[in-house]
Design a binder for this molecule. Structure first.
Ligand SMILES: Nc1ncnc2c1ncn2[C@@H]1O[C@H](COP(=O)(O)OP(=O)(O)O)[C@@H](O)[C@H]1O
Ligand SMILES: [Mg+2]
Length: 238
């Protein structure tokens, strides 16, 4: 499918900080196709999380346009953005952010709870937990799971929306292996690579670790000081 799923035109994000403004993103232009797996690489402070937050509708740009699946999300109201996040975005964070008193199954169910009837939601959630290798951990709460297993739950929680998203699901991962050991991290990256092939979603994985891009063998977009300095799809001569 040649359809562009994400288009950013001259996107900047400036944080007002007293006397000094911080330019976190400086005139970003980007096109990403539906179904691509992207690694967004750059040192700490480069603007990676800021860019992810704009793509995920958590924050809005200071200027510029952001189209996601042909929708101009940079113009949406807060309520419309909340609806966009609920239906089309799955987040995976470094520190998992699971609800501690809910089971793995319940943590995944709440991601899609308004999308269907209770029994159906349950069966869909089980299917996606099985897809990440946790079919035998449905009733464990996060403290009864290892770090790697908790991260698999968050991946299932993000990916489960695919069942209802009609190919329009954006999965945003911010340093997904930042809080697990290297071996566990490698297993998570293998899982990410596999689900990116098996499912229709578009994946953006943020990291400051160049080894991770090698392991994912994905299109690499390098960001530094709020600017895109290299894109393996469109290498700039620098
Ligand atoms: N809410 C905020 N207010 C002010 N400055 C911010 C805020 N969030 C991020 N920044 C600044 O924007 C720049 C980019 O930050 P960030 O996107 O978090 O980088 P990265 O995720 O690549 O480490 C940094 O200089 C950071 O200090
Ligand atoms: Mg960050």
């Amino acid at each position: 499918m040649a359809e562009q799923s994400l288009v950013l035109n001259n996107v900047s994000k400036i944080y007002p900080m007293g006397q000094n403004n911080v330019t976190a993103l400086d005139n970003i232009n980007l096109e990403i196709k539906s179904g691509e797996l992207i690694t967004l690489l750059g040192p700490s402070g480069a603007g990676k999380t800021t860019l992810l937050n704009l793509l995920g509708g958590i924050d809005s740009p200071t200027s510029g346009e952001i189209y996601i699946f042909n929708e101009l999300i940079s113009e949406l109201s807060p309520n419309q953005l909340a609806d966009y996040r609920k239906k089309k975005v799955g987040f995976v964070f470094q520190f998992f952010n699971l609800l501690p008193s809910l089971t793995a199954l319940e943590n995944v169910e709440i991601s899609i709870e308004s999308f269907g009837k209770k029994d159906e939601i349950r069966n869909v959630a089980i299917k996606y937990l099985e897809a990440v290798g946790l079919g035998d951990r449905l009733d464990h709460i996060p403290s009864e799971l290892s770090g790697g297993q908790q991260q698999r739950v968050t991946i299932a929680r993000a990916l489960v929306k695919e069942e209802y998203a009609e190919g329009k699901l954006l999965i945003l991962m911010d340093e997904p292996t930042g809080n697990v050991d290297e071996e566990t991290g490698d297993q998570i990256l293998k899982l990410v690579k596999k689900i990116a092939l098996d499912y229709n979603a578009t994946f953006i994985v943020v990291t400051h670790n160049p080894l991770i891009t090698q392991k994912l063998q994905s299109r690499e977009i390098h960001i530094r000081n709020g600017k895109i300095v290299n894109d393996s799809d469109k290498p700039l001569n620098i």
